[in-house]
Ligand binder design. Structure first.
Ligand code: S3P
Length: 447
């Protein structure tokens, strides 16, 4: 799905944010629930699914490969899978809209089944590198044809006689790792996928829950090796999708930077590969408490209680980057309201997200009167303290939902409103963002 009609919107100086909010289900787990459900035998019952454009595109794709995917009620979905290797050829082109995760994981999921499929997406997705998934998939015997540079639209031809592989994922990417694990499911024998930097482990956890033979052990380089046995029989399960920490990040930072705020965000997932932002904000002096942490179906969840705080700039440890990879746009906004400099390095991967996020963050900060230094692999934000950010700028979002939400949040705490050129993309990951923020007291204005 693309957005021909851009919807400009302003985030305006707002009174103290107060109340309790519950953000929607986790995007990463929502995609994986549908895909693994579609590859399993029997029924997978999902509650709390994120019903956002990205995930709905994955639902359509899983259906196109022959699984039954039925919405039973709000967030409640039933998937009746075909069994591993049972996918058929989709009759139409698969349009993933803005969704890097949905498209790359589906390329892996079909790569070892002898069917072919055409993958496309919106103008943002068509610029994003797909070779990082397509090239390693050829080790299984998969073939592909893509636009120059390995871009969409592209065709993947699943291997007719798949082979097991040993592959080291060269960049910190959960999507590449996950695509390889999903492909290995229908290859005979044991595949070994390794990574140096640990990335979100939802695929591994969920594969175990679906009954795959998968083990994770240490690698010599300090990373890990995942061994997975193919020709697997996955069995449908029940999944309660925990709430998305990457969505919680927006009301959380809004409450920190709007003076007098106190907000509670309930039942947020606390998987350590996803909570780097919370650790970073605490180091910056955030009054952020985690209450009622408990295990909910294999993932830790808890309530975040957050009160407005004067943050101070810090150096974000590069080793933490992959545990907060999607949170740099909103952390940069928090840093603009901190005292002193915040240094963020090791952010090369930000260049290939929904937009060149490093460039988009820097341009957005500068447009709103914040001094920022660009580094080849990061940025240094010169904080202006609570109430010190002028705002008043217009931000180009480049079809990037997280750039849009981050700068709207900046507007709640800046001296003048901040305009984003397109808020429509927010629907790809957090369709209720505006209503949830308004309920806490945030002010928006149509621009
Ligand atoms: C995701 C992995 C990350 C992240 C994305 C979701 C996933 O991407 O940025 O939003 O669900 O596996 P990369 O694998 O490109 O780092």
């Amino acid at each position: 799905m693309s957005h021909p009609a851009a919807r400009p919107l302003k985030g305006c100086p707002s009174p103290a944010l107060k109340g309790l909010a519950t953000v929607p289900g986790d995007k990463s787990i929502s995609h994986r629930s549908l895909i693994l459900g579609g590859m399993a035998l029997g029924e997978t019952w999902i509650t709390g699914l994120l019903e956002a454009e990205d995930v709905l595109n994955t639902a359509n794709a899983v259906r196109a490969f022959g699984a039954s995917v039925v919405r039973q009620g709000p967030g409640a979905w039933k998937v009746s899978g075909t069994g591993v290797g049972g996918w058929r050829r989709p009759e139409d082109v698969l349009d993933f809209g803005n969704a890097g995760t949905g498209s790359r994981l589906m390329m892996g999921a079909m790569a070892t089944t002898p069917v072919s499929a055409v993958f496309t997406g919106d103008a943002s997705l068509r610029k994003r590198p797909m070779k990082r998934v397509l090239e390693p998939l050829t080790l299984f015997g998969t073939e592909y044809e893509a636009q120059p540079g390995g871009l969409m639209p592209l065709t993947v031809k699943g291997a007719v006689q798949a082979m097991p592989v040993t592959y080291h994922v060269p960049m910190a990417s959960a999507q590449v790792k996950s695509a390889m694990l999903l492909a290995a499911l229908n290859a005979p024998g044991t595949s070994r996928i390794s990574q140096t930097t640990l990335t979100r482990d939802h695929t591994e956890r969920m594969l175990k829950a679906f009954g795959a033979n998968i083990t994770v052990g240490p690698a010599e380089d300090g990373g890990e090796v995942i061994s997975i046995t193919g020709e697997a029989e996955l069995k449908g399960i029940k999944i309660a999708v925990p709430r998305d920490p990457s969505s919680a990040a927006f009301p959380l930072v809004a409450a920190l930077i709007v003076p007098g705020s106190e907000v509670t965000l309930t039942d947020v997932m606390l998987n350590p590969r996803r909570t780097g932002l919370f650790d970073t904000l605490k180091e910056m002096g955030a009054d952020l408490e985690i209450r009622n942490a408990h295990d909910a179906g294999g993932e830790m969840v808890g309530d975040l209680v957050v009160r407005a705080s004067q943050l101070k700039g810090i150096e974000v440890p590069p080793a933490r980057v992959s545990d907060m990879i999607d949170e740099f746009p909103i952390l940069s906004v928090a840093a603009a309201f901190a005292e002193g400099k915040t240094v963020m390095r090791g952010l090369e991967e930000l260049r290939v997200k929904e937009s060149d996020r490093l460039a988009a963050i820097i341009a957005g900060l500068r447009a709103n009167g914040v001094t920022v230094e660009e580094l080849p692999d990061g940025l240094i934000v010169h904080g202006m303290g609570v109430g010190g950010v002028p705002g008043g700028g217009s931000v180009v979002t480049h079809l990037d939902h997280r750039i849009a939400m981050s700068f709207l949040v900046m507007g709640f705490a800046a001296k003048s409103a901040v305009m984003v050129d397109d808020a429509a993309m927010i629907a790809t990951s957090f369709p209720v963002f505006e209503s949830l923020m308004k309920d806490l007291g945030a002010v928006f204005e149509a621009a």
